[in-house]
Write a protein that binds this ligand. Structure first.
Ligand code: AKB
Length: 320
């Protein structure tokens, strides 16, 4: 990775990944793109171009203009929004992906795109979900992720594009908010905890999903992309998870640092249905064995850091 093009750079992952890659590879070597510009550090700390990922011609022009050797394709609609607009989701998620893969093929770039625990479905084994298993998702997002994994593998086998991917769990961060996901409750809960010491969850107690703190997710992307290609048996995509909890467990962890924190429930049937169709916890053994996946944050360590960072961000009084 020497010159990297990122799509969806102002989204939840992109906002932080762009900054990390600029630190590692030099600000001028990381070209951030998104459909709109905002006033964030990500948009102004290095090259930025407006790009709608369904515009194949413009994507190719930008890749050639900056002579990129790596494409990180992040632009996508998440699970809950994709259920509201399924045709739009198909066009954006699959149209954007094939454009990005074609661009990588033409300019001979290495390629990364995230998959998700959403690629699994109700017939997938729920516990210790294996790397290679039944994948019959019942959401448009999941259908896009499975098709995307297969398409990225196809570009590797057919055209020799060095495609790699991760099946991300819910990602938790204090920098940019996620939008339209099913796991978003696990981010919102921290914002409400520091501001109001209570949270009404749209996901029911007893519903377990995999999660990961953003610093671990960013390290995983860099480690996978830097991994020796000859060691990779899998490519698209690797199971990766750092923890699994239900709303009661994350609330209990928050209450250790914000005494008196309370959770109650107003379950959203649609996002609950999606959550119940996903695994309880996935097995990351293949990622550990093939490229050394590791993580630093468990639930309590993440909770402590999230509360500290959000308290600073909103200039609130320290809890306790
Ligand atoms: C979502 O909830 O849609 C995402 C994901 C797990 O892919 N956070």
């Amino acid at each position: 990775m020497k010159r990297i093009l990122i799509t969806g750079a102002l989204g939840q992952i992109g906002s932080e990944l762009t900054l990390k890659l600029r630190e590692l590879y030099g600000a001028d070597n990381v070209i951030a793109t998104d459909i709109k510009k905002n006033d964030s550090e990500t948009a102004f700390s290095g090259p930025f171009e407006i790009l709608d990922v369904t515009d194949a011609k413009r994507m190719m022009e930008i890749a050639k203009k900056y002579q990129v050797d790596t494409i990180m394709h992040l632009a996508a609609l998440l699970s809950a929004t994709a259920e509201v607009k399924p045709v739009f989701a198909w066009n954006l998620n699959m149209g954007g992906l094939i454009n990005a893969l074609e661009t990588a093929r033409e300019v001979k770039a290495q390629f990364f795109t995230p998959s998700s625990i959403g690629a699994f479905g109700p017939s997938t084994p729920k516990d210790h979900t294996p790397q290679d298993t039944i994948m019959r998702p019942t959401t448009m997002y999941g259908v896009n992720k499975v098709a995307g994994e297969l398409l990225a593998d196809y570009y590797y086998h057919k055209f020799g594009v060095d495609t790699r991917g991760l099946r991300f769990p819910g990602l938790i961060s204090y920098v940019a908010l996620p939008g339209g996901g099913t796991t978003d409750y696990a981010v919102e809960i921290f914002y409400e905890a520091v501001k109001h010491r209570s949270y009404t969850s749209y996901i029911d107690k007893g519903t377990y999903m995999d999660m990961m703190y953003m610093p671990d997710a960013l390290n995983a992307i860099v480690d996978l992309m830097e991994a020796d290609s000859s060691k990779l048996i899998h490519r698209n995509s690797f199971n990766v998870s750092a923890m699994s909890f239900d709303p009661e467990e994350i609330a209990a962890s928050i209450a250790k640092f914000i005494p008196g924190f309370k959770i109650d429930y107003q379950v959203d049937p649609e996002r609950q249905r999606i959550a119940e169709s996903w695994p309880n916890y996935i097995d990351s053994t293949a990622a550990k064995e093939e490229w050394g996946f590791k993580f630093d944050y468990d639930l309590d360590r993440m909770t402590q850091d999230m509360i500290k960072k959000l308290t600073e961000k909103f200039q609130l009084k320290k809890p306790g």
